[in-house]
Unconditional design. Structure first.
Length: 229
């Protein structure tokens, strides 16, 4: 019985050492990965990496990780010929394979969400407008137009949609005309706009878009996505 107790104690101690070593290794790997992860040509302000699964050491020896969660903030992508700032982008990466020297990686599949603030969307619109949440999944776009020699401000509720798989479209549902000829066209020239989102890595595409209180959320998916290197 004494020998059995000793074996059990040794097993528990070794198991604890292994778990501790495994967690130290994954923490180091997450830190290194955060410095290396790149999403195409987009620039990022900060990156957080969370490697899932246990044990980590067996995964790293196989050069294949089951799941890696990545959170990027301050991403600078492109919208047409203009830059657009993505406040936050989070992605769950599955079946991640590493190269022999561990300097680059690819994800078999990826799903995530990119969030664009209304201030950043307005800046990318190339219009002198403000954009805010309008409630019920709509956005409120406000801009000034010149009518009969006077500058007037108009606000419209608009729907945000995804077209052609890579373009955010903002269109006013209705424009108050007030009986003034041509007022709708003038307002729409100010408040309606399309912006193509580029700069994401090969293999990733936009799936859907939704107006929320904190900004416009874009669903992103991908296959065979390059993450680093």
């Amino acid at each position: 019985m004494r020998a059995l107790r000793v074996l059990l104690i040794v097993a528990v101690v070794l198991g604890g050492l292994f778990v501790g070593l495994d967690r130290l290794a994954v923490a180091y790997a997450e830190s290194e990965a955060a410095d290396r992860v790149r999403l195409g040509a987009a620039r990022t302000g900060s990156t957080e990496v969370d490697i899932k699964g246990f044990p980590f050491l067996t995964q790293i020896m196989d050069k294949r990780l089951d799941e890696v969660d990545v959170k990027l903030t301050g991403v600078e992508a492109t919208a047409g010929n203009r830059k657009i700032r993505i406040s936050e982008m989070s992605a769950a990466l599955h079946d991640v394979t590493l190269t022999g020297d561990y300097t680059s990686a690819r994800a078999g599949t990826a799903t995530g969400t990119a969030l664009i603030s209304y201030a950043d969307l307005a800046a990318a619109s190339d219009r002198e407008v403000t954009v805010a949440y309008g409630g019920n999944g709509k956005v409120k776009v406000t801009g000034g137009v010149e009518v009969l020699g006077r500058e007037v401000t108009r606000s419209v509720l608009s729907t945000v949609t995804l077209v052609d798989g890579d373009t955010i479209r903002v269109r006013a549902d209705e424009v108050p005309g007030e009986g003034i000829p041509g007022i709708e066209q003038l307002v729409r020239q100010r408040t309606d706009f399309d912006r193509e989102i580029g700069g994401l890595p090969t293999g990733m595409k936009l799936e859907k878009v939704e107006a929320r209180e904190d900004g416009v959320a874009i669903g992103v998916t991908g296959k065979d996505v390059a993450l680093a290197g």
